[in-house]
Design a protein around this ligand. Sequence first.
Ligand SMILES: [Zn+2]
Length: 349
Amino acid sequence: MHDATPASLLDRLAEGPVICAEGYLFELERRGYLQAGAFVPEVVLENPQVVAELHEELVHAGSDVVEAFTYYAHREKLRLIGREGELEPINRQALQIAREVARRSGALLAGNICNTNVYDPADSGAAAAVRAMFEEQVGWAVDAGVDFFIGETFSWGAEALLATEVIRETGLPSVVTLAIHREPETREGWTPQEACRRLEDAGADVVGLNCIRGPRTMMPLLGPIREAVSGHMAALPVPYRTHDAEPSFQSLTDPDCHCLPGDRPFPTALDPFTCNRYELGEFAADAYELGVGYLGVCCGAGPHHIRAVAEALGRSAPASRYSPDMSRHAFLGSDPTLKRRNLEYAKEL
Ligand SMILES: [Zn+2]
């Protein structure tokens, strides 16, 4: 199945950081190819070239991974929009799009499974239903020849364990990450470090956190996880300025804005809270220093964030050719050929 042999995920992690761009749902919603609310990746079927282009942009910006856009392409979400009959085509198409970009660019190809929204510890049948949903998606990804699996955005630790088990049966490496909401624990009340330790014990190769929290409120959770696990760690925050009082991007409020369509900026009015590229770069460098080798950005990420992460980790991406050089700015620069009249006007800008 593997017709190209990029260094494996685990080989790359042994050598240095691995960068993974996530957050396709938000980016393609902004671009007008996907609907906020249900957040199903219908774009994969309707505008596949747009998905391929986004994968290309993110590799250009420094992502080492092309993640098949099968996030929320599961039975429960497709039922919600009346397209359950297209479950297999949407998965296979997403995998094929990602595969072409990965094989062309030398990036790793990742299969993806995520929170099902049907897991319920009080429902004795739920675990079997979740497992079946994971098994069908994982099977299609194995057929497509993925290099490893990402299981992500789990707020139930037990659901993440089910994902880990199903992935483990394939023999492929796994990155399994938890979504930690306002309370710094999983929905069943496990601390992030306890949950990650259980995932590692269950065979996950890389464990950690993704989505929900911005750099400032994800960082404090990473140290205790680092102490609790012995293997590789992942951290992929959302690029929003969450803070102690509003630690998740769903909990952010914007009292200065009176035109919000709902009761909160999430998910379509988070723009004023967006982190700049330097904040993501700083997060990545600090997390790497802490011992987190698998780094990226989730919902809200743009290519500029990914490039900043890559450069903060000492890497140069194809897009680094165009990284800022303000020395050549007409008013704020320092190039000796710049016009003095303009430079003197800089204080008037
Ligand atoms: Zn996300």
